[in-house]
Each structure stands twice: as C-alpha cells, then as structure tokens.
Design a protein around this ligand. Structure first.
Ligand code: ZN
Length: 123
C-alpha cells in the first residue's frame, strides 16, 4: 500500500512521517484493559473480522502537530468527565453535566469517531 502523506486532521501534505495515534488515551486503555477489554472490528456481515488489544489499536493518519495539539487537548478536556461517568453509573448526562462538560464530551466522541473512520477508510 502506498504511504499516505497527507494528515487526516489538517490535510497538509507532510514531508515527514505521520505519527501513530492511539485511538483511546492511555488512562482509558488501562482502565478497560484491567477488565479484559478488547476492541472488535466487524466485517460487512457482522462477523468479527479482527480483535485488538487496545494498546495496539493505533492509526497512522495524523501529523505530530495535530496528534500532540488539538487532538490531545480534546482527550485531556474529556478525561475528568469520562472518569466521572465510568466511576458513577448513576450519573445522568442531561441533568448532571454542565454545558461546557457536554461540549467537551461531544468533541471527544466526535474526534474518536473520526480517528476510527480515518483508520478504516481513505478520508
Ligand atoms: Zn495534521
């Protein structure tokens, strides 16, 4: 396969290699791994095509500036909110999170979905 040279985050064509982005931040991987969690990819028939240990679930479609810039800031902003939701199963998002927390959580979900889409397609 030809090396992809444009960043899926900023669309700049890169003269240097793209970096590897973990789909999920280290704290979340550690949290899920401790319960034996795996991430599954399914084929068009819904059968399990592959399963990944979360540490190995990475995509090489983003430049260092994006990976260590806006993408990392979204992860950092969402971390305390996600931890709160994971720790307290009774939290109701609609009533207990502020507008700012909802926005941070929505950004994280959109970013994570985009990263997975970038890995699985030619965005
Ligand atoms: Zn970029």
């Amino acid at each position: 396969m030809a090396q992809r040279m444009s960043c899926a985050g900023c669309r700049r064509v890169m003269a240097i290699p793209l970096t590897r982005e973990h789909i999920f931040p280290v704290w979340l991987r550690n949290r899920v791994q401790s319960t034996g969690g795996l991430f599954y990819r399914f084929d068009e028939n819904g059968a399990i095509a592959r399963q990944h240990d979360l540490d190995a679930y990475k995509v090489k479609r983003f430049c260092g500036e994006c990976n260590n810039g806006w993408m990392e800031r979204i992860d950092i902003d969402a971390e305390p909110i996600l931890k709160q939701l994971l720790d307290d199963q009774t939290v109701l998002i609609a009533t207990s999170l502020s507008q700012d927390e909802k926005l941070k959580l929505a950004r994280w979900a959109a970013k994570t979905s985009y990263v997975i889409l970038a890995m699985e397609t030619d965005l």
